[in-house]
Design a protein. Structure first.
Length: 453
């Protein structure tokens, strides 16, 4: 057992040779002293072997599940006879500035914090140390700097925390490698402006494509800071806008049947609406089932027909939506820039002249974003440009934030998200200087709710 613990204690084999004495106190606790050797005075650099005394240090070294392991280390202090300075000896098993936990434990703690579903408290329990100690270890060794902007970047906001200063944070990702380049505390224009302004112009000018959602602010931002790039809107976001318009039409028609909630029309519009939002290509006409609203055996395709029969506006709106879906779903091999532009223009025209107010509004939006929509018909290694990489991270981010009960500390959350989501993200083994922990607030007096007087 002693040997086993020793092995895990030191990072290198040679450290083992430095150990003078090891006493086994219990199965999992050890007491050890290092060999005496020449040390150099940190002040005057003269050598010394003169021992001033020993202090006993307790080092947490839990490397076995459910077993608390402690090293009692007789830490020697040397005295420099030249300048009278005294200093502690160097040791192979703790990191500088982190004398109470073995370096082996620190590395394991950091690796255990990497999965998106691990929590500070789980890890604390596993290593028999306090939660605040785990947080402290994380803050000290995991501080991830921003990464250089890549050729194709995705920009998008995500919901952070309703209690923090800024509710929405902002993510920058590399489309090709699918790694997070940076996460910013706020999506506010001023905040983003000063961030991108701080990035050297040459670096920004190397960006070829910027992918955004259909927000005017982001478009302005991209055109100011990425002069060489073409700005593209996320195709999923455009499709969502169009589906939203269709859904508004559906609700408007449904209101006509407000007085007859038990009519077939009302029920179909209320409970079967997902079928009209589905792409036509995904409508199933093979599987038959009993539909309770219609009262007969049928398939999805027939239900769709029944819904569209209800109202001519709904039918036209549905056709407009499907026109856009077909246009959007074109493939790389058959893509032709000129044809695509003409197609988009004719869809916009069809929407404008449809006499359906939700879609004339929609036509207006598409008109404003025409260039950025057309720019998004670019395929990189078979993948169409989109904000998909960020969407793909959203669920993990949500999980990380909810596991921590909603991070209050933005920097810590940022490091946590990037550390867990980017493959090959490293931690350092020297402490970072930046203080992540915010100075605590003094607890003020509080009144009990039902206090009288
Ligand atoms: Zn000295």
């Amino acid at each position: 057992m002693k040997k086993f613990i020793m092995k895990a204690l030191a990072l290198s084999e040679e450290a083992y040779d430095q150990i003078e004495e090891v006493k086994s106190l219990e199965d999992f606790n050890l007491e050890l002293t290092l060999k005496k050797k020449v040390h150099y005075c940190p002040k005057c650099d003269k050598e010394t072997m003169y021992v001033k005394g020993y202090t006993k240090r307790k080092i947490s070294h839990s490397f076995l599940l459910n077993r608390e392991t402690t090293i009692f280390y007789n830490c020697r202090r040397y005295l420099c006879k030249h300048c009278r300075a005294s200093f502690t000896e160097s040791n192979p098993f703790t990191l500088k500035d982190q004398t109470k936990i073995s370096s082996y434990s620190i590395i394991s703690i950091l690796n255990d914090l990497r999965p998106y579903n691990s929590t500070f408290s789980d890890v604390a329990r596993r290593y028999h140390i306090s939660v605040s100690k785990v947080v402290d270890v994380f803050d000290s060794y995991v501080q991830i700097p921003r990464k250089k902007l890549s050729r194709i970047i995705c920009l998008d906001e995500f919901y952070f925390n309703s209690h923090s200063k800024y509710k929405y944070a902002f993510m920058i990702m590399d489309f090709e490698k699918k790694i997070i380049l940076d996460i910013l505390e706020s999506r506010h224009t001023q905040f983003l402006n000063s961030y991108f302004y701080s990035i050297p112009r040459e670096e920004r000018n190397n960006v070829d494509y910027v992918i955004i959602d259909m927000y005017k602010n982001y478009c302005d931002l991209a055109s100011i800071f990425f002069k060489e790039a073409s700005v593209c809107v996320d195709p999923f976001h455009v499709v969502k806008k169009i589906n939203d318009s269709l859904n508004i039409v559906r609700k408007r028609i449904m209101r006509k049947y407000n007085d007859t909630h038990d009519s077939k029309e009302y029920k179909l519009l209320k409970y079967r609406y997902k079928i009209i939002l589905k792409n036509r290509d995904n409508i199933n006409s093979d599987a038959f089932y009993y539909d309770r609203i219609l009262g007969f055996h049928t398939n999805e395709n027939r239900v769709l027909e029944e819904i569209l029969k209800i109202d001519v506006d709904l039918r036209v709106a549905y056709q407009l939506k499907e026109m856009y879906i077909q246009f959007n779903d074109q493939e790389e091999l058959t893509h032709n820039a000129k044809k695509t532009r003409i197609q988009l223009e004719s869809i916009i025209e069809a929407m404008e002249t449809s006499d359906i107010k939700e879609f004339t509004y929609c036509a207006n939006t598409l008109m404003n974003w025409k260039k950025e929509i057309l720019n998004s018909f670019v395929w990189i290694n078979g993948r169409r440009l989109s904000n998909g990489p960020i969407e793909g991270k959203n669920n993990y981010v949500k999980k990380i934030l909810s596991n921590a009960n909603g991070f209050r500390n933005f920097d810590r959350a940022r490091n946590r998200i990037i550390f867990s989501q980017n493959q090959f993200e490293k931690f350092s083994l020297t402490k970072h200087k930046k203080e992540i922990k915010k100075p605590g607030k003094n607890r003020g007096k509080y009144k009990k709710k039902n206090q009288k007087g």
